[in-house]
Design a protein around this ligand. Sequence first.
Ligand SMILES: *[C@@H]1O[C@H](CO)[C@@H](O)[C@H](O)[C@H]1NC(C)=O
Ligand SMILES: *[C@@H]1O[C@H](CO)[C@@H](O)[C@H](O)[C@H]1NC(C)=O
Ligand SMILES: *[C@@H]1O[C@H](CO)[C@@H](O)[C@H](O)[C@H]1NC(C)=O
Ligand SMILES: *[C@@H]1O[C@H](CO)[C@@H](O)[C@H](O)[C@H]1NC(C)=O
Ligand SMILES: *[C@@H]1O[C@H](CO)[C@@H](O)[C@H](O)[C@H]1NC(C)=O
Ligand SMILES: *[C@@H]1O[C@H](CO)[C@@H](O)[C@H](O)[C@H]1NC(C)=O
Ligand SMILES: *[C@@H]1O[C@H](CO)[C@@H](O)[C@H](O)[C@H]1NC(C)=O
Ligand SMILES: *[C@@H]1O[C@H](CO)[C@@H](O)[C@H](O)[C@H]1NC(C)=O
Ligand SMILES: *[C@@H]1O[C@H](CO)[C@@H](O)[C@H](O)[C@H]1NC(C)=O
Ligand SMILES: *[C@@H]1O[C@H](CO)[C@@H](O)[C@H](O)[C@H]1NC(C)=O
Ligand SMILES: *[C@@H]1O[C@H](CO)[C@@H](O)[C@H](O)[C@H]1NC(C)=O
Ligand SMILES: *[C@@H]1O[C@H](CO)[C@@H](O)[C@H](O)[C@H]1NC(C)=O
Length: 518
Amino acid sequence: MISTTLSILLLVLLPLVNATAVRRSIPRPGQIGQERPLITPSPASWDPTKTYKKRGVISDLAGDVNSILSGLGSDIPSYVASGVPNFFQGFPTGADVQSSLGLNDSQVKALPTQVLNIPGYANWTDQGWNLRFHGNVFKQPNITEQKLDDLANVFLVGTSVEDLPPSQASQARNLTAEIFIIQQSNQNVTFNLEPAPTAGASGEQGGGGAVTPKGGSQQIKYPIPTDAEGDFDGFVQINENGLEAGNSTIEIQRLNVYTEGDVDGNATSYLIPTTGLGIISDIDDILRVTQIYEPSLGLLNTFAKPFTPWMNMPDIYANWSRTIPNFWFHYLTTTPEQVTRNYMDFIYKNYPGGSFDDRPLNFSDVSATLSIRKFLLDKVFQTFPQRKFVLIADTSNSDVMRDYPAMVTDYPGQVQCIFLRNTTNTDPGDKFPYDTSGFKNISTSMYMFFVVPDDLTNLDIANGQCVNSTIIQNLTFGYQGLPDGVNLGSGKKGSGTLLAASSTWVFAAVVGAAVWAL
Ligand SMILES: *[C@@H]1O[C@H](CO)[C@@H](O)[C@H](O)[C@H]1NC(C)=O
Ligand SMILES: *[C@@H]1O[C@H](CO)[C@@H](O)[C@H](O)[C@H]1NC(C)=O
Ligand SMILES: *[C@@H]1O[C@H](CO)[C@@H](O)[C@H](O)[C@H]1NC(C)=O
Ligand SMILES: *[C@@H]1O[C@H](CO)[C@@H](O)[C@H](O)[C@H]1NC(C)=O
Ligand SMILES: *[C@@H]1O[C@H](CO)[C@@H](O)[C@H](O)[C@H]1NC(C)=O
Ligand SMILES: *[C@@H]1O[C@H](CO)[C@@H](O)[C@H](O)[C@H]1NC(C)=O
Ligand SMILES: *[C@@H]1O[C@H](CO)[C@@H](O)[C@H](O)[C@H]1NC(C)=O
Ligand SMILES: *[C@@H]1O[C@H](CO)[C@@H](O)[C@H](O)[C@H]1NC(C)=O
Ligand SMILES: *[C@@H]1O[C@H](CO)[C@@H](O)[C@H](O)[C@H]1NC(C)=O
Ligand SMILES: *[C@@H]1O[C@H](CO)[C@@H](O)[C@H](O)[C@H]1NC(C)=O
Ligand SMILES: *[C@@H]1O[C@H](CO)[C@@H](O)[C@H](O)[C@H]1NC(C)=O
Ligand SMILES: *[C@@H]1O[C@H](CO)[C@@H](O)[C@H](O)[C@H]1NC(C)=O
């Protein structure tokens, strides 16, 4: 038991120490695909968004799920180990799904091909608009309700699908079915672009007052077939066809992007002018109630309960959308690609329209999970070197706590404000310590830790007002939120002894492991 506890503590501390080492392992962009013929040449060579990790093949589906959640022995859940609370690790691959359902190739071939099309953005270049297309090509096998229930039950703790109200049971089955899909490699994808109405059909509110362009209709054959995991992600130069140039307009233009051959592959993409202000927003526990730091609640909130906005956050965003001219909303979540549709549906019902980023399938192991946010943030900042961004999330993500302040130093002048919801303040169940040392050398006028959405009201963020002086800041520049109110100053790393001394934290970790091993 003592060694179990020690290994738990080690795993908890490891990522906090190793974060920089992990960052170095990301491959540099631009290494593959350059020699392939592009339909319309892009000055930005194809930009792979991946790390290169081979996943093991597990033949038994239920065993696969269980290996996601348990099989950990004295280990703890990988999301705890990574310091990135995240339920979604190591989803099954298409081959696993196919073999454990006993489907032969001709049965799979008969299934309709579907395309997840993620709302993208374009920057203005010497060759015109350069639009990012990303998503996944897959087939969804028909899994019996009984089997779906069995699979869904593994994701639920302390309850089962049978005990949930019908609507929640239905959502749990749907989400589970979205995870157990067969990705389609080496597929060509073709898109039809058309001017999009200002208010999206899905009910989204404007999106920073984006406008409908006068033209832009065209067909784009994505130049590279899907990768081994069915993903496509890259920029393609599109024709102007009546679009406004990005250096002569300050307005955001909306284009509908229809995927040929799949009525569910619709997205709206955004043509973003060279200069202006935008927000990069996380979703879990800032825009919706997830309680990711309490595993059983987080699972229920994700798998079964309808997605619910966090307090009156939609009002804050709606006001920013109405009052800040040409404000670009970009939703950047590290939730895995398979469940992105649920996130998009929720966002577009409650928040302004905008583009999206999620965790591509190749970022599936724990070390990649730690590096994905910075990778995605870098891509946005590098695509728009003259734009400024407001960054917003909550304190329960260790990658956010490290990466958001790093953007200030890595991209001087590009960060307008950083807002972090202090989840420990409102949720005593949040036992995740968070490291505030990254903020030490940043001007205090640039960031604010806050408690409720109202703390963000009446801030003139467009003119750089990031601080509400009535909200008391309690920064010690080190680990905060440790059990029993312990804070570590001066950016010191937590020591095993200190954590071990805290019975509450050890208990939380052990309970977490026990719950996940169910
Ligand atoms: C994704 O990972 C697989 C190996 O699992 C690799 O073959 C493939 O090239 C990767 N795709 C990209 C775009 O990096
Ligand atoms: C695939 O499975 C179906 C249903 O069991 C069967 O009818 C079909 O002959 C099989 N096809 C091949 C190529 O094995
Ligand atoms: C706008 O961009 C185009 C293409 O990059 C360039 O030819 C033109 O000179 C630019 N105009 C201004 C005013 O910078
Ligand atoms: C899926 O399977 C169920 C029963 O196993 C069947 O009733 C239903 O028609 C199937 N649906 C499709 C699209 O094949
Ligand atoms: C689950 O999916 C089915 C079929 O797509 C749909 O009719 C149903 O409304 C979905 N349930 C929930 C709760 O979203
Ligand atoms: C994809 O397109 C290329 C050339 O445009 C073609 O050679 C290839 O056969 C296509 N692949 C599939 C799977 O249709
Ligand atoms: C996608 O767009 C097409 C073309 O406008 C439309 O027919 C289809 O119903 C849309 N799909 C969804 C799911 O809204
Ligand atoms: C446009 O975006 C691409 C892809 O991120 C980037 O390589 C390029 O430098 C950007 N171009 C400009 C003019 O900012
Ligand atoms: C977050 O809230 C907790 C509880 O009120 C407090 O102890 C902590 O100092 C706060 N952290 C920050 C960074 O404000
Ligand atoms: C800072 O601590 C005070 C006193 O505990 C608390 O009232 C306040 O909400 C905290 N501020 C934040 C941002 O958590
Ligand atoms: C600051 O926060 C308080 C409390 O949430 C709120 O009433 C006020 O409107 C906020 N804005 C400013 C600029 O004080
Ligand atoms: C709405 O946003 C504007 C611009 O950021 C700000 O000046 C105003 O105070 C906000 N209103 C509320 C009620 O938050």
